[in-house]
Design a protein around this ligand. Structure first.
Ligand SMILES: Cc1cc2nc3c(=O)[nH]c(=O)nc-3n(C[C@H](O)[C@H](O)[C@H](O)COP(=O)(O)OP(=O)(O)OC[C@H]3O[C@@H](n4cnc5c(N)ncnc54)[C@H](O)[C@@H]3O)c2cc1C
Length: 478
């Protein structure tokens, strides 16, 4: 029998991601908001119409109903990663031991609990506002990806137990993993029952609709070119108008890597997703019918979930780093990255090698030194910001929005003082060293994954380069 040729891969970056096309197709074209024209004033001006900017606007509207809020988005709301991510929605339970190391056990637990609110919070929000974003609370399975790998789940599970959060992660042995999703590549794993998935663009566009109904003034296709701030407020300059505001919020995610003041603390990195044709019968044969989100333990993490019509959306953090904070075609049109994702897909699901790939897209993720977001304020509190979600922002962006809104509204809401708030991230090396280093490390991580896939021990040079971030005190792995 002749082996079947792998399906032709779509070119990424030629059109908007499937999620966003689906969401936009369900909207009336008359819903376009106007670009900003002229000079306006506001209490709060928000830059960025992704989840962070929109949650900030939403919570601010709840906390200070009379505030005049203007939101400026360079593209359309949800046009960035918020409308094209994997839709994994979960808190930070997996990272509790790291948080405890950094903040002590009591504060770590507070942070993890606050991060966990986002799941039920988003589910309830969707219900309250009649936003059908496919909220599916089916949990999140993290599996060992390599035949010989033994991730130390035991110490994480023991830490959760000790800190009073048993059950937030459960060990799944290999047979249990196979019952959830039968892949020859999966070993044992841990399951986070509180997690969910969403259709990310339906969530983003639903948020936009609710904000418009609540009187938030949204201007899409309005890039902010300049931000000036002083003791009397902030002034934002766009191509055809300005906004003068008491406070400004920068919710620009990976674009922050190009903003003065932030560019040394964040690295933009490409993550890519492929989407299969509908294959509900094949999913049933894999036992994967529960809608669970799954990710493996690769250095360049692969993450995958199903859709309502029985497709697999399969992503991996195998793109490249951007240079100097520029968010260009490397994050949307990297065909090599898509080939990598497809190879990872075939490795996990060799029995689906013949399945057609209907779409492929990518976007930037913003990585800080410890892979946790930076949430804070500059210019005497006139300009607030939140970024650095490191590919895990669907839920945390809601937490960040609550925090930013609470800080602006005042009133002593304890969420505004979570220990995570106000800390500065460690510096990353300046360019061109950052880009050269990131590139070398990416190649080493991919080679390391390949070797482990093949059951080989990676070469010494590969191991050395791949371990450099850790040796230098950066937390580079999920
Ligand atoms: C391929 C991919 C898969 C991912 N998968 C997951 C996942 O499964 N789960 C998860 O938790 N996270 C995931 N993430 C990360 C997640 O999408 C982000 O962390 C989250 O969307 C961040 O929201 P945000 O509002 O901060 O940023 P964004 O959605 O990036 O929004 C920022 C907005 O700011 C706008 N902007 C930038 N500069 C300007 C300017 N000067 N003027 C005006 N507007 C500006 C941009 O156009 C953009 O719309 C993924 C990311 C990618 C790229």
């Amino acid at each position: 029998m002749t082996a079947q040729a792998p399906p032709v891969l779509p070119l990424p970056g030629e059109r908007r991601a499937w999620w966003l096309r689906e969401a936009l197709a369900a909207e009336a074209p008359s819903q376009l908001t106007p670009s900003l024209f002229g000079d306006v004033s506001a209490d709060v001006a928000i830059v960025g119409g992704g989840y962070t900017g929109m949650w900030t606007a939403y919570f601010l509207g709840e906390m200070a109903p009379d505030a005049r809020i203007v939101l400026l988005e360079a593209d359309i709301c949800g046009g960035g990663p918020s409308g094209r991510n994997g839709g994994f929605l979960h808190g930070w339970w997996e990272y509790l031991p790291y948080l405890a190391e950094r903040y002590g056990e009591e504060d770590a637990l507070r942070i993890a609990q606050a991060s966990d609110e986002v799941v039920d919070g988003i589910g309830e929000w969707c219900e309250r506002h009649a936003v059908d974003a496919w909220f599916t609370p089916a949990g999140y399975l993290r599996v060992n990806a390599f035949p010989k790998e033994r991730n130390d789940w035991a110490s994480t599970l023991a830490a959760l137990e000790r800190m009073g959060a048993p059950g937030q992660l459960r060990h799944f042995d290999r047979p249990l993993v196979q019952q959830m999703c039968a892949s020859p590549a999966f070993g044992d794993g841990v399951f986070m029952p509180s997690a969910a998935t969403v259709q990310p663009a339906l969530l983003a566009r639903g948020m936009r609709r609710v904000l418009i109904e609540r009187g938030v003034e949204i201007h899409e296709r309005t890039p902010v070119l300049r931000l000036d701030a002083g003791s009397r407020g902030a002034r934002l300059t766009t191509p055809r108008g300005t906004v003068s505001a008491d406070r400004a919020v920068l919710a620009v995610n990976a674009w922050g890597a190009g903003w003065p003041g932030f560019r040394t603390r964040m690295l933009a990195w490409g993550s890519y997703i492929i989407l299969t044709e509908p294959i509900p019968d094949r999913l049933a044969a894999l036992n994967w019918t529960g809608g669970e989100a799954i990710a493996d333990s690769r250095f360049t993490i692969s993450y995958f979930r199903t859709t309502r019509d029985g497709r697999i959306a399969f992503g991996a953090g195998v793109g490249s780093a951007g240079y100097g904070g520029r968010i260009g075609p490397v994050f949307t049109g990297d065909h090599r990255a898509i080939e990598r994702v497809a190879a990872n897909f075939r490795h996990c699901f060799p029995m689906l090698a013949d399945v057609r790939i209907d779409d492929a897209w990518g976007g930037p993720i913003d990585i800080t030194a410890d892979r946790f977001p930076e949430i804070g304020a500059i210019h005497g509190g006139r300009v607030l910001y939140a970024h650095g979600f490191a590919g895990n922002g669907v839920g945390p962006a809601r937490l960040a929005g609550r925090i930013l809104a609470a800080r602006i509204a005042g009133g002593g809401d304890p969420i505004a003082f979570l220990p995570l708030v106000g800390r500065r991230q460690r510096f990353l090396p300046p360019e061109p060293f950052r880009w050269i280093g990131a590139r070398a490390i990416r190649e080493a991580l991919i080679r390391q994954d390949d070797a482990l896939d093949a059951g080989r021990r990676p070469g010494i040079l590969t191991r050395l380069v791949a371990s450099l971030p850790g040796l230098l005190g950066y937390r580079f792995k999920h």
